[in-house]
Ligand binder design. Structure first.
Ligand code: ADP
Length: 251
């Protein structure tokens, strides 16, 4: 019996959570398209030793601005031409700004909303034709604690875009539930990033003490949840949001 070679697209895969998710899906045997607007980050990944264990036919790098609908459509076309299908879409690309409400310009509002929310909507819209033909697919939206609880440190516009992703998750899930396509979200908080090395240690200690499990999360822990939601085992889960936050938001 021929087993299907699964294909995943991860947006914002140049660094951080997106890179960890792309690596995880690749390590599970999927073909993975690394999508990012930042060509330099993608080139760094390509030249790093992260991919040395994998055959180069298993991955591709696509420079795409997820706020550009035509560029999104072109990327799906390239992926389907090369690999014939799309099984998993992870909408992770995002821009985070901590600008105070008084200082948010119309330009910054439009950037945040068009990348974080528009990118999620239009990438999901663009994979539907392929997933509907297959009658199978997994869409996973990387939202945030900020989209559930409002700003801790990030801006109001960022949090609004992340909250919007949670409603899109339900809207797409409802509309696609009878076609073998599931749509879920994860909402991480306080995940370790390289920028933390440059932060004030006292501030970091205070943040850590406020997390019930008393530590920051790891990108790999988010990738593990995404990998589960992308798997066959998760076929009965749709329209749900999974908190990955060390107990910060108990409801
Ligand atoms: P985190 O790891 O917390 O999700 P990062 O800022 O480290 O956040 O990663 C976000 C990724 O999304 C970066 O690699 C960035 O280049 C990418 N990104 C930002 N804007 C866009 C965009 N318009 N289109 C595609 N990718 C984007």
């Amino acid at each position: 019996m021929n087993t299907i070679q699964k294909v995943a697209i991860v947006t914002g895969a140049g660094q951080g959570l997106g890179l960890a998710i792309a690596q995880k899906l690749l390590s599970e045997g999927m073909n993975v398209a690394f999508v990012d607007v930042n060509e330099r980050l993608l080139a760094e990944v390509q030249q790093s030793d992260l991919l040395t264990h994998f055959d180069s036919s298993k991955y591709m790098f696509l420079t795409v601005d997820v706020s550009d609908v035509l560029a999104i459509q072109a990327s799906i076309h390239t992926i389907v031409e090369s690999w014939g299908r799309v099984d998993v879409l992870v909408n992770n690309a995002g821009v985070r700004k901590e600008t105070a409400i008084e200082d948010v310009t119309e330009e910054e509002w439009n950037l945040i909303l068009s990348v974080n929310l528009g990118g999620t909507f239009f990438y999901s819209q663009a994979v539907l034709e392929t997933m509907k033909k297959q009658q199978s697919g997994r869409i996973i939206n990387i939202s945030s604690f900020g989209g559930q609880a409002g700003p801790l440190s990030s801006g109001a516009h960022y949090c609004a875009s992340k909250a919007g992703q949670l409603v899109l998750t339900k809207a797409f899930a409802r509309s696609l539930a009878d076609q073998g396509i599931t749509v879920n979200a994860v909402a991480p908080a306080a995940i370790e990033t390289p920028e933390m090395d440059n932060m004030d240690p006292t501030k970091l200690e205070k943040m850590q003490a406020s997390i019930p499990v008393q530590r920051f999360g790891k990108a790999e822990e988010v990738a593990d949840m995404v990998s589960y939601l992308a798997s066959d085992a998760a076929g009965y889960i749709t329209g749900s949001t999974f908190d990955i936050n060390g107990g910060l938001l108990m409801r």
